[in-house]
Ligand binder design. Structure first.
Ligand code: NAD
Length: 321
């Protein structure tokens, strides 16, 4: 099997390659050629950690495996990232382990790729202002990937902790875009595309903030109880997701469904839009909402690309297990 250490991941797969990998696996999921296994996520009663597995099999791409990891809040004091993950790939023909891959950077890249896929397929083509709600570790990846999808002319941002907003300004500068820190009212009033990427447990963006025509990529909610937006927005939006089962259980839609504002049948797998089998945005006035919950197949897809690139570059370490 091959080991691709975290330190080698940067530079192995570009955001564009991650986009391609994630779009392909969403498409395969909608064709029933790839599926995720149920997610396990447990509070382990040690080090305040949340630990779990996301796994699946992509028959179309012949990728089988799992991502294991979670959240260790005390890591930052040890000079480590709080989010830790590792991907293990198996040979689908034999069950033999094929690769062990550092999953931290890949998680950020595949998450940003998912919202970028939603922007490409659902946002208005004349979108010019990008909005960010959230300014943590993932936000820079999100902004970069979103900026590649439309000729944005400006970035506006809001964060629960305003002292973190300079991070968004830095990334916007790197992209050559002006940045404005705004109120939530202004975020909704100015932005054509809004990416939410916070660890909030209560609605921040309210129904009254969101204009017709907006595309929302809700990326922060990946656990039961988390929440970034007013569930009422779901009632007037066309709702899309990576996987309906996760959207209902751990995604942003969990709250709108619990409140009876929408049902499972109102949530459309984005792969169908990619494949052209279900409609996406139907009018410039539609609010489109992508509930990006983060599926294991995304991790496997980008990890498989990273292994191929590492082998080609000679930086994958071969071990006999
Ligand atoms: P981070 O810890 O670096 O940043 C946290 C962000 O949430 C900051 O903007 C912070 O100001 C904000 N925040 C913290 N407490 C808050 C509160 N009480 N109310 C509102 N906002 C609050 O985290 P990150 O790595 O940037 O991840 C952001 C979120 O994205 C997390 O919830 C994480 O689990 C989620 N995530 C989702 C996916 C996916 O596939 N959908 C993948 C990776 C991360």
């Amino acid at each position: 099997m091959f080991v691709v250490p975290e330190s080698e991941i940067a530079g192995l797969v570009s955001p564009a390659q991650c986009f391609e990998a994630v779009e392909a696996v969403f498409s395969a999921m909608a064709r029933d050629e790839a599926y995720n296994f149920p997610v396990i996520r447990e509070s382990i009663g040690h080090a305040d950690a949340l630990y779990g597995f996301k796994s699946g099999f992509d028959r179309a791409g012949k990728v089988l495996g799992l991502k294991s990891g979670g959240y260790w809040p005390g890591n930052v004091e040890k000079g480590l990232a709080n989010h830790q993950s590792t991907v293990v790939l198996f040979d689908p023909d034999t069950g033999r382990p094929a690769a062990l891959v550092g999953g931290n950077l890949l998680t950020a890249l595949r998450t940003a790729a998912a919202s970028a896929v939603s922007i490409r397929h659902l946002a208005r083509s004349d979108s010019r202002v990008l909005g960010l709600l959230g300014a943590g570790h993932q936000s820079a990846f999100q902004m970069r990937a979103a900026a590649a999808e439309r000729p944005f002319e400006k970035v506006v941002g809001w964060n629960y902790h305003p002292e973190m907003l300079p991070r968004l300004a830095e990334t916007a500068t790197e992209l050559g875009l002006p940045f404005e820190a705004v109120s939530l009212e202004d975020l909704g009033a100015q932005a054509d595309v809004i990416v939410t990427i916070s660890s909030s447990f209560a609605a921040q963006l309210l129904d009254a903030h969101v204009r017709p025509g907006t595309h929302l990529a809700c990326m922060g909610t990946d656990t039961r109880g988390k929440q970034e937006i007013d569930p009422a927005i779901f009632a007037r939006a066309r709702v899309f997701t990576d996987e309906v089962a996760q959207s209902l259980s751990i995604g942003e839609a969990q709250h709108a469904v619990a409140a009876g504002l929408i049902g499972a049948d109102d949530i459309v797998q984005i792969g169908g839009v990619i494949n052209g089998t279900v409609p996406g945005r139907q009018s410039d006035d539609d609010i489109t909402l992508f509930d990006g919950t983060g599926v294991g197949l995304q991790d496997l897809a980008v990890a498989a690309r990273a292994v191929a690139a590492a082998r080609a570059k000679g930086v994958a370490v071969e071990v006999d297990l």
